[in-house]
Ligand binder design. Sequence first.
Ligand code: 48H
Length: 261
Amino acid sequence: MPIFEKSSEKAVTRAILSEFSKDMERFADTEVLIVGGGPSGLLAARDLALKGVNVLILEKNNYLGGGFWVGGFFMNTITIRAPAHKVLDEIGIKYREFEKGLYVTPGPYACGKLIAAACEAGAGVLNMTMFDDVVLRENNRVAGAVINWSPVTFLPKAINCVDPIAIESKVVIDATGHDASVVRKLEDRGLIKTPGFGAMWIEKSEDAVVEQTGIAHPGLVVIGMAVSTTFGLPRMGPTFGSMLLSGRKGAEVALEMLKSE
Ligand code: 48H
C-alpha cells in the first residue's frame, strides 16, 4: 500500500502555477506595498494585515527576515531595549532580561516567529523579487513599484534584457534597511536628497529612528534602518527595538494615509 495519495507531476505544476497567478492578480493592485522583509517591514506588514489591509511584502532574497536572523558579528543573540520587548510579548516570542531594560532572545527563533506572525496575519509575500524603480503619478506621488526577478538583475548585461513589470499601490513603504532603495531611487531622479546614515550612537539613534519614521515623499513612508539613511541619523548597531517600533509607527502612518484618500 503506498503511503501518499495518488498525484502526478502535471498536477503539482498546475497547483503551483494557478496559486501563483491568483496571488499575482491580488498583488498587482495592493493597498500597501512594503519593500523589504526585515524586522521593520515584517512588523508593519503584520500590523496592517491585522487591520484588514491588503498588504504585500516585496523581498529580493528567497528568505524573509533581513538582519533579524543574527544579533551581530555572526552571533545569534538578538538584543531589544524596553519598551520594544512588549512587541515580543504580543507575538509570543520568549526572551530573558540581560540587565534592566535590555532583553535577549535567539535570532533564528525570534525571526521565525516574526515571519510566521506576518504571514498568519495575512500579509502577502513576493520573494526573490527586486524593487527596481518607482511608479510616479501627478506631482511625483509614489504610486507603486517596478519589479523584476532578483536573478534577472544579477545576470550579465548582455543576457538580461527582460523587461520588468509594475505593481500599483496606494502607499509604498521603504523598509530596505541601510540601502533605502526606494528613497535612493527618488534621489537618482532628483526628487529627494539623502545624507546617508551616521556613525554609531545607540542612545541617540533608536529614539531618533522612531521619531522620524513617517512620510519621506508623497505616497512613500520610510521605516527601520532606511530612516537613518534617509535623514542622516546615527546607526544603532545590533539592537532591534527601534526597528520594531518604527515598523509599528510606519503601519499607523500608512493607515492614516489610506483613510485620508
Ligand atoms: C527588494 C530589498 C531591496 C530591494 C533591500 O536590513 P533589514 O533587516 O532592514 P530593517 O530596517 O528592517 O532592519 C535593520 C536591521 O536589520 C539592521 O541591520 C540594523 C538595526 N542595523 C544597525 C546598524 O548600525 O547597522 O532588511 C531589509 C530587507 C532585506 O531583507 C533585504 O534583502 C531587502 O530589505 N531589500 N528587497 N528589493 N531593492 N533592498
